[in-house]
Structures are given as C-alpha cells and as structure tokens.
Design a protein around this ligand. Structure first.
Ligand SMILES: *Cc1c(COP(=O)(O)O)cnc(C)c1O
Length: 384
C-alpha cells in the first residue's frame, strides 16, 4: 500500500501503517478551537476572563535574565514548596507537570493498567480520560451519570463490584462539561469503593466553588488530587499543573515521569508559577468576579428559556428546550461568539459556555435575544 497522506475527494486519509500496531485507530483529544481571529468573544475553552497576576510577568522577565543556559531543577523543588505551602502539605506530597494534562497522563500510565480490571469513570466527563485509556491500553467502564447529569456514587459502587474488578476511579470534581460537583462525604464513599486502587480527582475547576479533596489526602493513601494554574490562575499558556497525594504515590509518579522527561517544566514556567501562587489577592479578586458573572449569566439564560445546570466551575452547561444546540452554536459563531458543543450521546443538546467578563455575558445575551426571536429548528425536530 502507498504510504503517507493521500487525498480522496476532499477527505485526507492518513495511512497509519508506520504506526505501532497497538496505536492504530488512536483518536486524539480535540481541544476547543483557538482561532487566530481578532475580536471574537471566545467562550469555548474555559480560559480565565482576566489576565494573570502582574507578578507573573515580572517574575518571568526577571528569570529570563539569568539561568536559561542551564537545565532547570528536574524535581522543581521551589515550585513544589510553593504549591505545598498553598495546600498546607509537605513538598514530598506534590508532583508537578507540564500542565495538568501531563500529570493526568503520567497517572494513567502509572496506576490504572490492571486488566482485566476496569477503570471506572463517569460516562459524561473530560474527554481526555478516554484518550489516555486508549494510549495506555487501559480497559475502562463508563458509569452513567444520573438523569440530572450528576455523578452517581451508588452506580460506581455497583460497577466496582463486577467480576472483572476495579482498576481505579477517575473523576473531575467539579465535573466537566457539566460543572456539577460532589461533596466530601461522597468523595469518601468513592475512596472506600477502591481502597487498593488509586482514586484520582481532577480539580481543574475547584477554585470556582467546588469542595477540594486535598484535605482527605492525609487519611487516604489511594487518593491523588490534580490541580492546574490554567483556569483559576489565568495561566493556560504557562502549562503548569500538579498532583497532591501521599509521598508513596508521588514517588511512583516521579518514577514514570523520569522514564519520560526528566525536565518537564522550564525555568520560566517554574518561576512564573511561583509568582502566581504568591499573589493571593489577585486570585481571590478574579475568581470572585468570575463566580459573580456566572450567576448573572445563568439568570440571563434562564430568563431566555434555557435550562442551566447549577455550576461550580467557570462555565455553564445549558440547553434550550426549543432550539437545537448544534445549530445555536453555529449561529453564535456567525455572530462572532464561540461556545463549545459536544456531538456526544446524552449531551448533544447542551452548550458549554465559558464565563467571560460581564461585558461578554451581556454581548452573548444580546446575541441570543436576536437568535431566539427568529424562527428556528427545535431540539426535537432538528437533525444531528
Ligand atoms: C482544562 C482541564 C484540564 C487541563 O488543564 P491543563 O492544566 O491546562 O493541562 C484538566 N482537566 C480538566 C477537567 C480540564 O477541564
């Protein structure tokens, strides 16, 4: 067979015979669009509505003037101390990575391949988890969220009791893309379901009103909590995430990391991240502004007939009973507003709308007024 890329009509087909057989058919994660167009209202990837702390820029400029000729500290101790201070844990309980996606990737490689036992995860959650399962050949069992799209702890307990056994649990809390969260009591139940396996809680959005599991780490050797600077610290471009767990789990993660990339975090990223963690005032001010706008936008959407799930994150998950979500997303795009729409079972009629500034919320609501005034396909009759 001819190798490489060839065109069939307008569809590019990639011959994957160069690829290791186990990875053929791998479907990579597709992040939200990052268009290089000025003037778009970008509410599709949950970036922060506000710029990061000014101290980050100052720290990076300062760091750029010395030290770039050397490899950075492979274990990132200064940054780990800053994160440990923030969570009131020991630096030996902190693992850092190039964005929390990398931390998650290492954790999937390290902890969840126990075939035939299956990794339990909600059927509606962050799309990257399924990709890591494919990449690392981890059998997974999606556990249905309930009718309100809330994680169902009882269903997890039942799934863990199946004959194949449980290879661990992964969840996002608050969940993505629903924005709904679990409390400490429900997290304790999940931890008890799989005491001999790792339970990983991805807290990418926890600073917008969720309840963190970090306080449970001391009592639970199987708990790994993952956080990031990307959302609540407005540093998606810096690529810094971390995990908190007992030192034994951190040591195992470090072994995997050192078998992959000994220097995942650059010197500038480490210094910028430390500065971000030190500016508590900026953090409090911006996350509170995001939460205020979230409640305003939720109210505005409800007034326009949307059903809006209660959100503990910097986005809303909403559906309009009379409008097809895919169509609405396309119409908003024409109005220069980007929101996220997932063509997936159970959530195909929802839009995920990142929380921007108040002005962006008003702009969105105004655009919706125009669109909803027009006749349009309904959620029930429209195709797709
Ligand atoms: C955004 C997001 C991440 C990725 O964060 P990075 O630190 O930017 O890699 C991880 N998990 C969830 C649920 C997210 O929404």
């Amino acid at each position: 067979m001819k190798r490489g890329r060839f065109l069939l009509g307008t569809i590019a087909i990639m011959d994957d015979s160069f690829l290791s057989p186990r990875l053929r058919g791998l479907q990579p994660y597709v992040p939200g669009e990052q268009p290089q167009i000025e003037g778009l209202v970008k509410l599709n990837t949950n970036e922060n509505a506000y710029p990061p702390s000014a101290r980050v820029r100052a720290a990076i400029i300062e760091a750029a003037s010395h030290g770039l000729e050397r490899y950075p500290d492979p274990e990132s101790w200064a940054l780990r101390r800053a994160i440990a201070h923030h969570h009131e844990v020991d630096p030996s309980q902190v693992f850092v990575g190039n964005g929390s996606d990398e931390v998650l990737g290492h954790a999937f490689a390290a902890f969840f391949q126990h075939a035939p036992a299956r990794l339990l995860l909600p059927d509606v959650t962050y799309g990257f988890y399924a990709v890591y399962c494919q990449l690392y050949d981890i059998p997974a069992l999606p556990v249905p969220v309930d009718a309100g799209l809330q994680l169902d702890v009882e269903a997890f307990a039942q799934a863990a009791g199946q004959p194949e056994g449980c290879a661990g649990i992964v969840l996002a809390n608050p969940n993505a893309p629903t924005g709904q969260g679990l409390g400490a009591e429900q997290l304790r139940t999940l931890l008890a379901i799989a005491p001999a396996r790792v339970v990983m809680v991805d807290e990418a959005y926890v600073d917008f009103g969720g309840e963190s599991a970090v306080d449970l780490v001391a009592q639970h050797p199987n708990l790994l909590v993952v956080q990031t600077l990307s959302k609540s610290r407005a540093l998606a471009g810096l690529r810094v995430g971390w995990a908190v767990g007992q030192p034994e789990l951190i040591e195992l993660l470090t072994r995997v990391k050192n078998s992959f990339n000994a220097y995942p975090l650059g010197w500038l990223a480490q210094q910028g991240a430390i500065a971000a963690l030190q500016d508590q005032a900026h953090f409090e001010q911006t996350r509170r502004a995001v939460m205020r706008t979230r409640e305003r936008l939720a109210e505005g959407l409800r007034e326009r007939g949307f059903e809006v799930l209660p959100s503990l994150a910097n986005f809303l998950f909403a559906r309009h009973p009379a409008r097809d979500a895919g169509e609405l997303a396309a119409q908003l795009r024409q109005a220069r507003i980007l929101v996220r729409h997932f063509r997936q079972p159970r959530i195909a009629q929802y839009l995920r709308i990142s929380i921007g500034t108040d002005a962006q919320a008003d702009y969105l609501l105004h655009a919706l007024d125009g669109l909803l005034a027009q006749a349009g396909g309904t959620a029930d009759t429209a195709s797709g």
